[in-house]
Design a protein. Structure first.
Length: 458
């Protein structure tokens, strides 16, 4: 059969409530034009993030009841540790309450002021954690990844020549580690090839620079490798993931993505000194190393979820939902990032709102239009999230102006997606009527979470 069906049945439902357009406009005004500040009850289709927003399986709910809440050395910890080691093959395993906690402790223990951290693309919290300790995060994405229309299969790859230039410019002594993010969320959810991961590792080995993977969506990346990279069709997603991790020295992960969990994260590493430093910082800030800020029931749930994310049929279904929405939008001439990402469809806000300059945040205009017209909450990945100010206070735009429609795992059905298409089409037809925005209040880091906007005249 050609029709791809969900590899599950729905056992429990959650009601959603649709408020009127006038009410949505009012709620957005009360939230200072920032969808992060909206109450979730007023967001009937919530695509703000795929982080921790998925539906758990019956096996995960059953596992939750087995949680051992002992403070140290619980049986739930042992299950979690064994699962993470079976996937990563990495010696030391530390749970954290979420991915940014692992990033924060990594920055605290391994990074100093003046260091440089190359990555294919840092996502928001990774970048902010490096900046917070005085380091410079550098994005070295392949040039193809900056072209939304390029159909290359691995647009999330690290640019090897840029990495060589980075090392030669700054020197290996200023680079405590290099990171690689799979899949590349900043660049439109695009995957990284196995060949690229291996090549990056080989280059770094010559300089004694460790490689750290941001592994939030490792299972989705493994699926892309299975489907698109020669030599991997006959392998399981678990085997592909194990090979990915075999090339890295350490990894951070938010288990709220491919752990299919509502909370959790981890840090893993081979180096004993790294592990000792991380453990001591973990105890001070997160909790004892065998629970790391999580309940035993959370450890049980993520141990199950990590393996469920590597089930091939699940990944086929998840990617089919992305392709379904993407193809419908392309057929209507709506500009998107191609090919489809692993966890989201990314609208190209620069072309969608081409009458709005980057300084007036076209992505925010599109995000707010989607909410006003149809109650869809999405997120800007453009000059608000990734723009930066230089030493003279001049703001530089992001190379990409995207709006991400992130799909919570196992949550929405086809009728929801058909509704999204209707809303996006309506906004597209009315796009010239929407104006830009200015920021009137912002924090120094991660401003997109809490800044206040004001509309400019359209």
């Amino acid at each position: 059969m050609k029709t791809i069906i969900e590899p599950f049945r729905i056992k429990m439902t959650e009601p959603i409530h649709m408020i009127s357009r006038a009410e949505r406009i009012q709620k957005l005004q009360e939230a200072h034009q920032n969808v992060f500040l909206l109450d979730a009850e007023y967001c009937p289709i919530d695509l703000l993030t795929d982080s921790g927003t998925g539906a758990m399986s019956t096996q995960q709910w059953a596992a939750l009841m087995l949680g051992d809440e002992s403070y140290a050395g619980s049986t739930s910890w042992k299950k979690f540790e064994a699962t993470v080691k079976s996937i990563t093959g990495i010696k030391h395993v530390f749970p954290t309450h979420q991915g940014r906690a692992a990033e924060s402790l990594l920055a605290l223990t391994r990074v100093k002021e003046g260091d440089v951290i190359p990555n294919n693309s840092h996502f928001d919290t990774t970048r902010a954690n490096m900046l917070s300790v005085g380091a410079t995060p550098l994005d070295l994405l392949t040039q193809r990844g900056l072209d939304p229309d390029d159909e290359s299969p691995f647009k999330g790859n690290m640019d090897i020549e840029k990495l060589k230039q980075c090392i030669n410019t700054y020197g290996a002594s200023r680079i405590p580690f290099c990171m690689i993010t799979v899949t590349n969320n900043t660049g439109g959810g695009q995957p990284v090839s196995m060949h690229n991961i291996k090549t990056v590792k080989q280059l770094l080995e010559g300089y004694g620079i460790p490689l750290v993977m941001d592994a939030c969506r490792f299972a989705e990346n493994a699926y892309f490798i299975h489907e698109r990279e020669k030599g991997y069709r006959g392998k399981t997603l678990l085997a592909i993931a194990q090979e990915m991790f075999s090339y890295v020295d350490a990894a951070t992960m938010s288990l709220k993505k491919d752990g299919l969990s509502n909370i959790g994260g981890f840090f893993v590493c081979h180096d004993d000194l790294w592990a000792e430093d991380f453990k001591n910082a973990l105890i001070l800030r997160e909790g004892f190393p065998t629970y790391g800020g999580l309940a035993g029931r959370d450890l049980e749930v993520t141990a199950v979820g990590l393996m469920e994310a590597l089930v091939y049929e699940y990944q086929v279904y998840r990617h089919a939902t992305v392709e379904y929405l993407l193809k419908k939008l392309v057929a209507r001439g709506i500009p998107v990032m191609k090919p489809g990402g692993g966890h989201a469809v990314f609208l190209d806000a620069a072309r969608f709102m081409d009458h709005i300059p980057p300084s007036q945040y076209p992505g925010i205009s599109l995000v707010n239009a989607l909410y006003e017209e149809g109650g869809i909450r999405s997120v800007e990945l453009g000059s608000v999230m990734f723009g930066h100010r230089d030493e003279h206070g001049v703001e530089h735009p992001s190379p990409l102006e995207l709006v991400r429609l992130a799909f919570p795992r196992r949550v929405y059905t086809q009728s929801h997606f058909d509704y999204m298409i209707e809303v996006i089409k309506e906004v597209w037809q009315k796009r010239k009527s929407y104006g830009g925005y200015t920021i009137v209040k912002q924090p120094p880091l991660l401003r997109h979470f809490s800044c206040h906007f004001e509309k400019l005249s359209s």
